[in-house]
Design a protein around this ligand. Structure first.
Ligand SMILES: [Ca+2]
Ligand SMILES: [Ca+2]
Ligand SMILES: [Ca+2]
Length: 288
């Protein structure tokens, strides 16, 4: 578990014990790449060397490290002067294959950037293509969401010094939804259906006027998994790949359990993914 996340409280110990049964019997892997869901989990490789490599862009002088299943990106002034500006480290991918699908992108990260960096520093993630844009700037205690120059810029306070989970859903009925820690913070009508043929995702960190350390636990995107299916990557089977994400829903922060990103893991459809779903998931995995 990434240290960017809060430590699990005592009441998760039982879940953890039950899950150890599953974990002991199946290979756990990090990132996945198939036609339905793609993830970068920061387990064993930098994004440009992952199983489905991202294109690295930026100034290539930021200090990076993989620590406890997270990628830490330390941006400062580097060789650049004067500010605003400095080190940049971004990862980019085109996603035309998701055109016409109910789509999600979800990430968990934290930044030490002071909120004055909301002007252009801290952590960034940006999904765009054609008329649609979803741009997030993340600082230590403030998040900015920008969607279009004709729409107001939204800002949301966040609890400082902890990782938060962010999620955007773009549905085929043209609605979009934005969640922070499982709570809906904005929704509306897409300007153009997203993803489209020119859709991209870019994420990473940069310095604007102040240095920061930006810690990313994961970036996941793709077709929204079917609710209560146990099948995170929508490939029709429930196996060790789904298990990795199932564990994350059950052991992750509490908001995950009842949040939109874990509806697929709620096998008994009682509104939350928890220990009561483990037996059904185990049965599905083992074909029992
Ligand atoms: Ca991770
Ligand atoms: Ca699956
Ligand atoms: Ca449940």
């Amino acid at each position: 578990m990434c240290t960017a996340s809060p430590p699990p409280p005592v009441n998760r110990k039982m879940k953890k014990r039950l899950l150890l049964f599953l974990l002991a019997n199946f290979l756990i892997r990090g990132s996945i790449a198939n036609s339905q869901v793609v993830t970068y989990e920061a387990v064993a490789a930098f994004p440009e060397s992952d199983v489905f490599p991202w294109t690295r862009v930026g100034t290539f002088d930021a200090t990076r490290a993989l620590i406890d299943d997270c990628i830490m990106i330390d941006v400062d002034l580097g060789i650049w002067a004067p500010t605003p500006g400095g080190e940049q480290d971004f990862y980019r991918r085109s996603i035309p294959e998701f055109q016409g699908s109910p789509f999600f992108v979800q990430w968990r990260c934290r930044s030490t950037a002071p909120n004055s960096e909301i002007a252009g520093g801290g952590s960034f993630i940006n999904s765009w293509g054609g008329a649609s844009a979803y741009h997030f700037t993340i600082t230590v205690d403030l998040v900015q969401f920008f969607r279009d120059s004709f729409l107001p810029i939204l800002q949301f306070p966040i609890e400082a010094n902890k990782a938060h989970t962010y999620r955007v859903e773009c549905l085929t009925n043209a609605m979009y939804y934005v969640f922070i820690d499982g709570v809906l913070v904005d929704s509306g009508t897409q300007e153009g259906l997203f993803p489209n043929t020119s859709a991209k995702i870019i994420w990473g960190a940069q310095m604007w006027n102040a240095p920061s350390i930006n810690t990313w636990d994961y970036v996941r995107y793709g077709v929204i998994p079917t609710e209560h299916s146990g099948d995170f990557n929508n490939n029709g089977t429930i196996d060790d790949t789904d298990l990795y994400y199932f564990v994350d829903c059950l052991l992750g922060p509490d908001y995950d359990a009842a949040g939109p990103g874990c509806k697929w893991a709620d096998l008994n459809a009682d509104g939350k993914a928890d220990a009561a779903d483990i037996q059904s998931f185990a049965n599905a995995m083992t074909g029992a």
